[in-house]
Design a protein around this ligand. Structure first.
Ligand code: PLP
Length: 394
């Protein structure tokens, strides 16, 4: 324990107590919400017997996602990692390419790159958005990129820089305007990992509608869930059709014939999961309202606490506040762990941000930029209990 821990600890615990009361049992980090709507569609889906790869709910869920986000097309798939793998493939990522991703992300972002046979190339984050920093990216590209015959190449490795993957951390959007400008200048396609950002907008436009493609996740801990699930968003009709084709075994449509024209994947979202997604979409507005209310309660409760501050939505962004987050003003992973221990002991399930991806054994040798901000964020971020229902506690 360091000298600064006790005051910080009581500041955090008091803030949590003010917003959440005193827990009878552990208050989870994030819980999904189900009620009659979910029961009804699941019963209907079971009764239809179409629980798997055929049925009306997949189309309906895709239409709801496209309508809500404003993306022209949505293709539902088995999970967010699969969505990202296919989106990267469609953006042209091939074996031995490099893909620029933030070092501060969930492991799925890097795994999806690796599943394409490509190599993650880690870049730094921004202290306010918690996501990929456009200025740091531009400075890094100016240093490492040279022009190749098929777009920019990493001059140190000779490998093509095939895509940029910004990730909207905890629902806070990356500063997309300058990011798209840098990507456009280098001619590198952008695939947004919007797994955490359903319901978030940047300058009034939904996250995931800026890049060539984007991906969502509906895992159990995300803002809405299908049990497991994901989606690919795009405005490009050809890419959307290709996404559907590649995620459904590349079968040529025919009444009875089995003819497949590519080595493809069985990544289609089962109808049963899509049914759950349709019901969850109808409560999204309510979930977002309560998450926003919870965020403002945390912000008020922690206002003026020395050494610790609430992370508000960045400029230009209306965040879904998927996970509420506080930041230590002095990054220190020992202090962070002390606080995590105290909060969890007191019944508030809090957690740190992910270990930076370049520190994981399978990605330790991947190319990377300087990562000063990501390192600070890793040692200073703490997520707080964020279930929407917590906003109804007085
Ligand atoms: C949840 C998540 C994913 C995808 O996760 P799945 O569990 O495969 O649906 C990808 N990237 C980020 C940043 C995530 O948080």
């Amino acid at each position: 324990m360091t000298a600064q821990t006790p005051p910080l600890r009581s500041a955090l615990l008091q803030g949590l107590q003010k917003v959440l009361g005193t827990p009878a049992t552990l208050i989870p980090l994030h819980e999904p919400e189900f009620s009659e709507a979910e029961n009804a569609v699941l019963q209907d889906c079971l009764a239809s017997t179409f629980v798997s790869s055929v049925g009306k709910y997949v189309d309906q869920f895709e239409a709801m996602l496209a309508d809500y986000t404003g993306a022209k097309h949505a293709v539902a798939v088995v999970n967010g990692t699969a969505a990202l793998q296919i989106a990267l493939t469609l953006a042209g990522v091939q074996r031995d390419d490099e893909v620029l991703i933030p070092a501060l992300s969930f492991v799925a972002t890097a795994n999806a790159v690796a599943h394409c046979g490509a190599i993650p190339h880690f870049v730094d984050s921004n202290i306010r958005t918690l996501g990929l920093d456009p200025e740091a990216l531009a400075a890094h590209l100016a240093k490492v990129a040279r022009t190749g015959t098929q777009g920019p190449v990493n001059r140190l490795t000779g490998r093509r820089l095939a895509a940029i993957v910004p990730m909207h951390t905890f629902g806070h959007t990356v500063d997309l305007a300058p990011l798209m400008e840098v990507a456009g200048r280098y001619g590198v396609p952008v695939v947004e990992d919007a797994a955490e950002a359903l319901g978030s907008t940047y300058k009034g436009r939904h996250a995931g509608t800026f890049g060539l493609l984007a991906t969502l996740s509906f895992n159990g801990n995300k803002i809405i869930t299908t049990g497991g699930g994901g989606a690919i968003l795009t405005n490009d009709e050809v890419l959307a059709r290709r996404a559907k084709h590649l995620t459904t075994t590349a079968k040529r449509p025919h009444r009875w014939e089995f003819f497949h024209d590519a080595v493809a994947w069985n990544y289609r979202l089962p109808n049963l999961n899509a049914a759950l997604g349709c019901a969850q979409m109808t409560r999204l507005t309510s979930l977002l309202e309560r998450k926003r209310e919870l965020a403002s309660r945390y912000q008020r409760a922690l206002d003026g606490c020395p050494g610790i501050s609430f992370v508000p939505e960045p400029e230009h962004c209306r965040s879904n506040y998927w996970l509420n987050t506080v930041m230590l003003s002095q990054p220190d992973s020992c202090v962070r762990d002390e606080l995590l221990g105290a909060a969890n002991d007191a019944g508030y399930q809090c957690r740190p941000v992910w270990t930076l991806l370049h520190k994981l054994p399978m990605f330790a040798d991947c190319p990377r930029a300087e990562l000063p901000v990501a390192l600070d964020l890793e040692a200073s971020l703490i997520n707080l209990p964020s279930s929407p229902k917590l906003a109804s506690i007085p």
